[in-house]
Design a protein around this ligand. Structure first.
Ligand code: NAD
Length: 492
């Protein structure tokens, strides 16, 4: 396990000497510590990224050359998959098979953007037709510059990959700050990039507290673009700070995503997708379908099955065989989720199952899979993200009522619908005001497809070619191709 900052191709302690403890959420034991960067460390990292971009030629390399580095990083991740997955479990708490899945996806993300970098070489400048034939004009795309990336703790390595891979593929250089709760695999990513021979300064990883190291990145005048994933509150602060010196921003924020289930759906399948949609990763998923709307005809039967299955989920240390639900990431998150459940009850909600610390698990940040009913529409439990294994279920009568309830949210990240009637599912999918819509499932995510939200769920898209374009500027090159004087003061 690494503990130093990775700046300009070397490992260095923080200038202040401060550190942050790593706590295993399954045992509450301190297992490690790492450097807490402050503004002077961030300044060094940003200046290294600036030099790598402006002088050392990273954006001038061909896409194929950059792709070779990205493929080597993908290979490095794959060759250490077991070790990285284990680190993710002891740092974040998630069950090992899910961590293995994340690590594989992270490697795949580097391969995918390597492909786009290669394709970039083959993409000709776009000629623009102008109404004046004395001119020709073309449009070229170029790297945005130095990117400051700040990421959350729910998918530590994968969230890093979603930003590092497209940014480096596009020719940007980067300063990455992982979440203070889960920084171990981001440091390993730096080590893998280093082994892959990535030139110094292209990727810098600074660990530290959000309001200190994160804020220093956000406010640094030499950063061209901020790429952030996290809470709406911090995202709003980042956007305000970016406004001061007109930095580009892309934001992937929270959600309170609906899942509409019509009464022609198969109850068994519906229950499995509901559970995956809210209990996967302990519900600490921005796109979690945490508001489930079930048509009256199957509501009671579905609820009975959901409660029965939720009670059966095996909870425990993510390293133990067969565990489906691990601890929440931190004491802070545990306190927030349990407080949200208590507030829901106080507002009139009924706890149909769960809601407590599981019996026999006295240490670790465990919360039972929780199903809430009778949740008032104006309560925080219905309207605000809980970011834990807590789902609100509510009956509805008509398609119109369901879509209105689904869209009645300040968020618009994801939404899901399940119905045997294809036309109805398509109709509801098109009515959803959300950036990610699933039909007959919830959560499957592909590197090729755009990811991001409407409304207060964010700005911009990650993944796919949209994620690549996040890191590109647009330049027009217009040529006066006529030999004739322009005629403003020289008479022809
Ligand atoms: P958070 O906003 O508290 O922290 C996210 C990151 O921001 C961390 O690295 C943190 O250190 C940093 N940070 C905190 N204060 C900062 C500041 N003042 N300046 C700069 N950086 C600062 O969020 P979290 O609790 O770590 O993550 C959970 C949130 O992330 C949820 O709301 C969730 O919905 C959202 N999320 C969204 C997506 C998505 O793709 N839309 C994915 C994962 C998580």
């Amino acid at each position: 396990m690494r503990s130093e900052l990775y700046i300009d191709g070397t490992w260095v302690p923080s200038l202040s000497g401060e550190t942050i403890d790593v706590v295993n959420p399954a045992t509450e034991e301190v297992i490690h510590s790492f450097a807490a960067a402050t503004a002077p460390d961030v300044d060094r990292a940003v200046k290294a990224a600036r030099r790598a971009f402006d002088r050392d030629g990273w954006p001038k390399l061909s896409g194929a050359r950059r792709a070779a580095f990205l493929r080597a990083i993908a290979e490095g991740i794959r060759s250490r998959q077991a070790e990285l997955a284990r680190l993710e479990v002891i740092d974040n708490g998630k069950p090992l098979p899910e961590a293995e899945w994340d690590i594989g996806d992270a490697a795949g993300c580097f391969d995918y953007y390597a492909g786009l970098a290669e394709e970039f070489d083959r993409t000709p400048a776009e000629a623009i037709a102008l109404p004046d034939d004395r001119f020709t004009s073309k449009v070229v795309r170029e790297a945005v510059g130095v990117v400051g990336a700040v990421i959350p703790w729910n998918y530590p390595l994968l969230m890093a990959a979603w930003k590092v891979a497209p940014a480096l593929a596009a020719g940007c250089t980067m300063v990455l700050k992982p979440a203070e709760a889960t920084s171990l695999t981001a440091l390993e990513l730096a080590a893998i990039a280093d082994e892959a021979g990535l030139p110094p300064g292209v990727l810098n990883v600074v660990t530290g507290d959000g309001p200190v190291a994160g804020q220093a990145i956000v406010e640094h005048p030499l950063v061209d673009k901020l790429a952030f994933t996290g809470s709406g509150k911090v995202g709003a602060g980042i956007m305000a700070a970016a406004a001061r010196d007109i930095k580009g921003v892309s934001l992937e924020l929270g959600g309170k995503s609906p899942f509409v289930i019509f009464d022609d759906a198969d109850i068994g399948q519906a229950v499995e997708w509901i559970m995956f949609g809210i209990f996967w990763n302990q519900g600490q998923v921005c796109s979690a379908t945490s508001r489930v709307l079930v048509q009256e005809g199957i509501h009671d039967a579905l609820m009975a099955r959901l409660v029965e299955e939720a009670r059966r989920i095996r909870i425990g240390n993510g390293l133990d065989e067969g565990v489906l639900l691990g601890p929440l990431v931190s004491r802070r998150q545990y306190d927030q989720v349990t407080a949200a459940i208590a507030a829901a009850e106080a507002a009139g909600a009924t706890v149909a199952c769960g809601g407590k610390r599981p019996p026999g698990l006295d240490r670790g940040y465990y919360v039972e899979p929780t199903v809430l009913t009778d949740v008032p529409l104006d309560s925080a439990a219905w309207r605000e993200e809980i970011f834990g294994p807590v789902v609100c279920v509510r009956p509805f009568a008509t398609e119109q009522e369901a879509t209105e309830l689904a869209n009645d949210s300040r968020y618009g990240l994801a939404a899901a619908v399940m119905s045997a009637d294809e036309a109805r599912a398509e109709r509801v999918a098109s009515a959803f005001r959300a950036g990610i819509v699933w039909i007959n499932c919830s959560q499957p995510t592909f590197t090729e497809a755009p990811w991001g939200g409407y409304k207060q769920s964010g700005i911009g898209r990650e993944l796919g070619r949209w994620g690549f374009e996040n890191y590109l500027e647009t330049k027009q090159i217009t040529t006066y191709a006529s030999g004739e004087p322009w005629g403003w003061y020289i008479r022809p």
